[in-house]
Design a protein around this ligand. Sequence first.
Ligand SMILES: [Zn+2]
Length: 338
Amino acid sequence: MRLLFFILTAGTVLFNSFFMLPSDMHAASSVPNDAYKLKTRMSLYQFVETATQLPWYLIAAIDQYEHSRRNARRDLPDSTGPVGIYMTREEWAGLLNPDKNDSNPASIQFWGGMGTDGNGDGRASMTTNEDLLFSIAHYLMNYGHDEGNIRIGLWHYYRRDKAVGIIMGNARLFKKFKTLDLNKKVFPVPVRTHYTYRGTWGVARGWGGRRTHEGTDIFADYGLPVRSTCYGIVEMKGWNKYGGWRIGIRDINNTYHYFAHLSGFAKGLKTGQAVSPGTYIGGVGSTGYGPPGTSGKFPPHLHYGLYKDNGLTEWSFDPYPLLRVWERNDLNARIKRK
Ligand SMILES: [Zn+2]
């Protein structure tokens, strides 16, 4: 039944991706992150852990992905409550269920729907936080509790390798830092050093054919330390003919932070590693525009780019306004420490 559902929805998804404008760059901020909401979310995830033995950080990772995905897409309603899980009525009740508003757990199960009663009131309600989380948890438990089977379950649910990778990355971050509060950001180089930058996102650039500039260039001395801007997973590390030695870090809001033209990498830094804001990742350099090792074709600078993923596609947005905010925050933090 799930496969049939997939075939029917594939057309809609394709349609939406064509008519979606990559504009919601502020989407990440609408994930409920204030202290009160984080506390509510954490207690819900722990409640599910107790009942299902699935770890809270896995449930949190899926829910985090759903929050981010919804808030970055125009064809899905924004998440306003603590739980971000989104399903259509057909997914919830079962595609062939004649009652699309069915909330009876037994008949939903009969029709192969996802809906589950999580809070024990005898109803499977799409607007109840516990019921939403339990429906995902029960779905995954059909596959098993170990990571390999969880990955398979997630793939069958999302039909996208990237979704599985992002969710497992979220889970690793939540597990390692033992908190949902992973939104802190810092400026990519230490403040109060010699550097200059201005907003040049979207302007044409010379090398490599017709390309526009997908980032902000921070000009600085060769070797100035480059730090992770966020809590995230090192998703990419190595050579790229445009970016030279470059690193990509994915944060918990599905945003990809891209650092290019590095002089080299921090010792021991590995792909898959969880980093925090300020983790040393490499040095400012001038590598790129040629085969591996090419350097010195332009003045040393850090190229910093941001890319947003919405569950279907990924696009570049201008990091400049955020860099200004993070730089100011870092300067203020320095003043406070004195
Ligand atoms: Zn650049």
